[in-house]
Design a binder for this molecule. Structure first.
Ligand SMILES: [Zn+2]
Length: 260
């Protein structure tokens, strides 16, 4: 068995929580435990020791279960986050902070824009043969989060300067099942992009079986996600951004905000 496992736990209407397991030590962490009861069930089923909570941002559908989860577990949980508004937070973290989940290495990427304190968590095995990033509401499969508390410059920094520079094989676990809506918009921006068309058909089949479309990979997002492609000619032409990727980011987010 590989050193790292990730269990996908659906919650609410379209949220995902993720149980990250170090298979060597059987220690685990949970990402955005909005539904503490189903986290408890998964921890028991997997027979792992839950040690920490990785909070991507303070919105209730991500952080809203933190307090209850902490009271449900008799062992003290470490609650990581990058925003004072996160309930039960014990460890405030920022850019390039590191910590462990058993033997697994976690590196924090500070990605403010959707909220001012948003964090993405990059997790690797000691042998570097398995890599995953937990992107909350910053990077979605085929899309990105709304700019509630930030700017196009900040989302450019998050998606292009930070997340795009992770290894292409890194699996992307995002906060919501928004893939089909996002890919419909991606297809609108780049109607000639066959990789997007293929991903739409694949995603439809997955959803018809009630299966998640996550994870994608960083390499795949660079092929299908218009917000990861603001430097690409076809996206710039759509955005009429004249070679300016930040203007392209601003323009396509504005269109996507009201796209149906
Ligand atoms: Zn959010």
């Amino acid at each position: 068995m590989a050193d790292m496992s990730v269990k996908i736990l659906p919650a609410l209407a379209d949220n995902y929580m993720y149980l990250i397991i170090c298979n060597k030590t059987k220690e685990a962490a949970i990402v955005d435990p909005v539904n503490p009861e189903s986290v408890l069930e998964a921890v028991q089923n997997e027979n792992v020791k839950l040690k920490s909570v990785l909070t991507t941002h303070h919105h209730w559908d991500h952080a809203g279960g933190n307090e209850k989860l902490v009271t449900l577990f008799k062992d003290k949980l470490i609650v990581y986050g990058g925003d004072e508004r996160i309930g039960a937070m014990t460890n405030k973290i920022g850019q390039d902070d590191t910590f462990k989940i058993g033997n697994l290495d976690v590196q924090c990427h500070f990605t403010p824009c959707h909220t001012t304190g948003h964090i993405c968590y990059f997790v690797q095995t000691p042998a570097r043969d398995s890599k995953a990033v937990f992107t909350g509401d910053t990077l979605f499969l085929g899309g990105c989060g709304r700019f509630f508390e930030g700017t196009a410059e900040q989302m450019y920094s998050a998606l292009i300067e930070k997340l795009s520079n992770l290894p292409d094989e890194t699996k992307v676990f995002c906060g919501h099942e928004y893939s089909l809506q996002n890919l419909k918009f991606a297809n609108h921006v780049e109607p000639q992009n066959v990789t997007i068309q293929n991903k739409i058909e694949w995603s439809k089949a997955k959803r018809a079986n009630n299966e998640p479309t996550v994870p994608s990979t960083i390499g795949e997002e660079k092929e299908i996600n218009p917000f990861m492609r603001v430097c690409v000619d076809s996206v710039q032409q759509y955005a009429k951004s004249h070679g300016n990727p930040i203007e392209a980011m601003r323009a396509i987010r504005k269109v996507k905000d009201s796209f149906k």
